[in-house]
Design a binder for this molecule. Structure first.
Ligand code: 5GP
Ligand code: ZN
Length: 115
C-alpha cells in the first residue's frame, strides 16, 4: 500500500522518533506548527478517525496513554493540544490515522479559520 505513514512505521522512510512500541510510533512533524509538534500513529493502517471500530479502537486508548507519558518527556507539563484531522472537511492530508500533539506555547482558540 502506498501510505507514507505505513512506510515511516516500517522504517522505510526516515523520521525523528520520540517513542516506539509494538503498536504505536511517535515522531516529529516535518512542518511543525508549534515549538513541540509530534505525530502519534498506530502502526496498523487505519485510514482515519471515521474508520475506528470496536475491533481496532484499543490502539486509540493506547495512543492517549503514550501522549500522557510523552508530555513530561517533551516539556509539556503546562499543557498541550491533541488534534485529529478527519477526512476532506477536516483537512486530513495523510490518510493514515494520526494525532497531532502540539505544545510549548499558549495555543489559540478556536482552532479553525474561514467560513
Ligand atoms: P494532516 O494534515 O493529515 O492532519 O497532517 C499530516 C501531517 O503530516 C502534517 O502536519 C505534515 O507536516 C506531516 N507530514 C507529512 N509527511 C510527512 C513526513 O514524511 N514526515 C513527517 N515527519 N511528517 C510528515
Ligand atoms: Zn498507512
Amino acid at each position: 500500500m502506498d501510505c507514507i505513514f505505513c512506510k515511516i512505521a516500517a522504517g522505510e522512510i526516515p523520521s525523528t522518533k520520540v517513542y516506539e512500541d509494538d503498536a504505536v510510533l511517535a515522531f516529529k512533524d516535518l512542518d511543525p506548527q508549534a515549538p513541540v509538534h509530534v505525530l502519534i500513529i498506530p502502526k496498523e493502517h487505519i485510514a482515519s478517525a471515521a474508520d475506528i471500530t470496536p475491533e481496532n479502537s484499543a490502539v486509540v486508548a493506547h495512543i492517549f496513554e503514550v501522549a500522557a507519558k510523552l508530555a513530561g518527556e517533551l516539556g509539556l507539563e503546562n499543557g498541550f493540544r491533541i488534534v485529529n484531522n478527519c477526512g476532506e472537511d477536516g483537512m486530513q492530508s495523510v490518510r493514515h490515522l494520526h494525532f497531532h500533539m502540539l505544545g510549548g506555547k499558549k495555543m489559540g482558540w478556536p482552532p479553525y479559520a474561514g467560513e
